[in-house]
Design a protein around this ligand. Structure first.
Ligand code: TRP
Length: 430
């Protein structure tokens, strides 16, 4: 079985809360233990600069998120665990991708469009308060993903469009410069719960309704006591449906424990007691990790060292890959001649090609296929093999337009045929 590369990042703009834990940290730590996967987990601190203008907060959040991942059981020796800004190849790749990305594609990004719509509704200039960083966000994210040729990217639903854009950028780059990038796929964990916050809406920093994952135990208890409930008195049966308290409990408890609480709801448990149960259940899972977290937070230098090791490991891939990409786009040492061309060989293997063959009818044919073997053009029959060969030659040189072939069997899109012919011509050095 081939190794699947899984990559995801967390923007270092806040303090991890229970929703992040249930929705992102816990599933990724579990996934990192699966066989046949190579995992890349990183702290997206360049992304944080897009929304946070407070240096101390970026630094603090980076520390907290790194400590959280480690305290929750991520083994930095088994995965690639690094900080985005320790990999200078990422901003470099961002630029290479920027140059093959249509501005129109970025105009369509949901986050950018939402900002424009808001301005328009408020009677402001469309781009009021929109930084070029916000506009470029999807390109930076594509660089994160494509740098390591990740197959799968676990993300929330709001990020699906960004993964699709990364696929577009990969395709544009490959089209121009040869097969360098693997198109990534978003992975949405359907069974992972979206946690409600203190007020019953989705737990999110922007609603200010979060419960920090590693709040000290007393504060955790106080916050839980503040979760909204309805006004039913002790003894009155309560609804599990729509109960934030119940949903949070469920995200941490076994099915049996959840069934028990549902029964207690039906039997009219007092809200205060239900909250106490939730607190106890959370504490059971969180307390051991909190001890590790607090120890880690006392030693930022250990975390720094771990991240530095992770960066070295990640750059073991990023540095040579970037060298290959630089060469592919023509950022080359001027002395690089035949020797440098040798390392484009892997790209050539995956090039489109012409194939000539003889059929059972005794006649000669050729076809043009993509790197993957899909047939783009299918010739008519030739009685002489040399005529078939000459026609192919003329097609490659552009001396004969493929559309002028006698009875062309056009099977692929015109743009694909043109691109394939161009690629063959370039590979020949014509
Ligand atoms: N944009 C992601 C978020 O806010 C974070 C992120 C940055 C990311 N780069 C990434 C996620 C690459 C997955 C892959 O959630």
């Amino acid at each position: 079985m081939t190794v699947q590369r899984v990559l995801t990042g967390i923007t270092t703009s806040g303090t991890p809360h229970l929703g992040n834990y249930v929705g992102a940290v816990r599933p990724t730590v579990r996934a990192s233990r699966l066989a046949n996967t190579e995992n890349y987990y990183f702290l997206a601190d360049y992304h944080a600069l897009i929304k946070v203008g407070d240096p101390a907060r970026v630094q603090r959040s980076t520390l907290e998120i790194a400590a959280t991942w480690l305290a929750c059981g991520l083994d930095p020796d088994k995965v690639f665990f690094y900080r985005q800004s320790d990999i200078p190849e990422i901003p470099e790749l961002t630029w290479l991708l920027t140059c093959v990305t249509g501005k129109g594609l970025l105009n369509r990004a949901h986050a950018y469009k939402a900002a424009v719509d808001k301005n328009t509704a408020a009677g402001q200039e469309p781009d009021d308060g929109v930084s070029a960083g916000l506009f470029m966000y999807p390109v930076l994210m594509a660089a994160d993903i494509l740098m390591f040729n990740a197959h799968h990217v676990p993300v929330g639903r709001d990020q699906i469009q960004h993964i699709e854009m990364a696929r577009d950028m990969a395709a544009s780059f490959n089209h121009l410069y040869g097969e360098h990038f693997t198109p990534p796929q978003a992975v949405i964990e359907a069974h992972v719960a979206t946690l409600p916050g203190l007020d019953g809406r989705k737990m999110s920093k922007s609603y200010d309704n979060t419960i920090p994952l590693f709040a000290p135990t007393e504060q955790l208890r106080k916050l839980i006591m503040g979760i909204v409930t309805d006004s039913r008195a002790p003894g009155e049966p309560k609804d599990t449906e729509g109960s934030a308290l119940f949903q949070i409990f469920q995200a941490f408890a076994t099915p049996e424990e959840t069934a028990d609480l549902a029964q207690a709801y039906a039997a009219g448990i007092a809200w205060g007691e239900a909250k106490e149960r939730l607190y106890q259940r959370l504490e059971q899972e969180i307390a051991p990790m909190r001890t590790v977290y607090e120890e880690l937070m006392r030693h930022p230098e250990h975390i720094e060292a771990t991240l530095q090791r992770g960066a070295a490991k990640a750059r073991g891939i990023a540095t040579p890959f970037t060298a290959r990409l630089r060469h592919a786009v023509g950022l080359r040492a001027l002395s690089a001649g035949a020797a440098a061309q040798a390392d484009t060989a892997p790209a050539k293997v995956a090039a489109p090609q012409f194939k000539q063959y003889r059929e059972k009818d005794g006649l000669f044919y050729f076809k043009l296929t993509t790197a993957k073997g899909e047939v783009l053009l299918q010739s008519a029959a030739y009685t002489q093999p040399r005529d078939a060969a000459q026609t192919m030659q003329q097609l490659v040189l552009g001396a004969l337009p493929w559309s002028a072939l006698p009875q062309t069997g056009q099977l692929g899109a015109a743009a694909d045929i043109d691109a394939a012919l161009l690629q063959i011509r370039q590979a020949r050095g014509d």
